[in-house]
Ligand binder design. Structure first.
Ligand SMILES: Nc1ncnc2c1ncn2[C@@H]1O[C@H](COP(=O)(O)OP(=O)(O)OP(=O)(O)O)[C@@H](O)[C@H]1O
Length: 223
């Protein structure tokens, strides 16, 4: 089903005819500062779709970022700009710090998602699942990142850590990033997403577009 982003704004990310395995063809636009959520049964193909958007697997169709086609861009550049954050990410070095660029101030960054600053020097192998999940999100926040493809970003987290991650995502939206959010948490989709979809039978089915819970709280004003 074709879908358009916020009226009057040029889309940041455009997907046309994207097809991989049993998923698609998918047409979808995401505007700058917009969060689009995708729910769906286990095995529906949500991760398959996000990985195709990140150009991590062979697929049909194409994607555009600010008018530039994925097919015309070197894959590493596309993936820095349109970045897949897996539920369980891969790690290539021993320590946490070795996965970040030398200039990144990890002592300031880690507490933003509830992680202790001294985790920077820890071996990744010693980090818990929830710690690795948050580290993978921080790792994706490179200067040239424009779109985050989030695969169940808070599935392993307690309430406090979940709230911190959602706060970080709201800030990325305020900075003009686009978010494609795969989640099993309907309340999270309601809180964050400007448009919500369900993936079923390989196709995105739109739910009624409503203001996010955040927007409604803003309209209601201070309590
Ligand atoms: N490379 C592949 N080759 C063949 N089948 C695959 C491949 N990758 C995934 N699949 C299959 O595609 C289906 C969808 O997988 P996917 O991981 O996208 O599901 P999902 O909707 O993200 O599920 P969950 O909510 O459980 O994470 C699964 O049946 C999976 O086995």
């Amino acid at each position: 089903m074709p879908s358009t982003s916020v009226p009057g704004t040029a889309p940041l990310l455009v997907l046309k005819g994207l097809r991989r395995l049993h998923v698609g063809p998918v047409d979808l636009d995401v505007a700058a500062g917009e969060c689009v959520s995708i729910m769906g049964a286990s095995g529906a193909g949500k991760s398959v779709l996000l990985r195709a958007v990140a150009d991590l697997d062979p697929h049909e169709g194409d994607a555009w970022l600010g008018g530039a086609a994925c097919s015309a861009m070197p894959a590493p550049l596309w993936r820095r700009r349109v970045t897949y954050v897996a539920a369980e990410s891969g790690w290539w070095a021993d320590t946490v710090a070795a996965h970040f660029a030398p200039g990144v101030d990890l002592t300031a960054l880690l507490p933003r998602v509830g992680l202790a600053p001294d985790l920077a020097g820890a071996p990744v192998a010693r980090c818990s699942t929830g710690e690795r999940q948050r580290l993978a999100l921080l790792r994706a926040l490179q200067p040239d990142n424009r779109v985050l493809l989030l695969d169940e970003p808070t599935s392993g987290l307690d309430e406090e850590a979940r709230a911190l991650v959602e706060q970080l995502l709201r800030q990325r939206l305020a900075e003009g990033a686009g978010l494609l959010l795969v989640t099993h948490d309907a309340a999270q989709a309601q809180r964050l997403a400007h448009r919500r979809y369900t993936l079923a039978d390989g196709a995105l089915q739109a739910e009624a577009s409503r203001p996010t819970a955040d927007a409604l709280a803003l309209e209601a004003g201070p309590r």
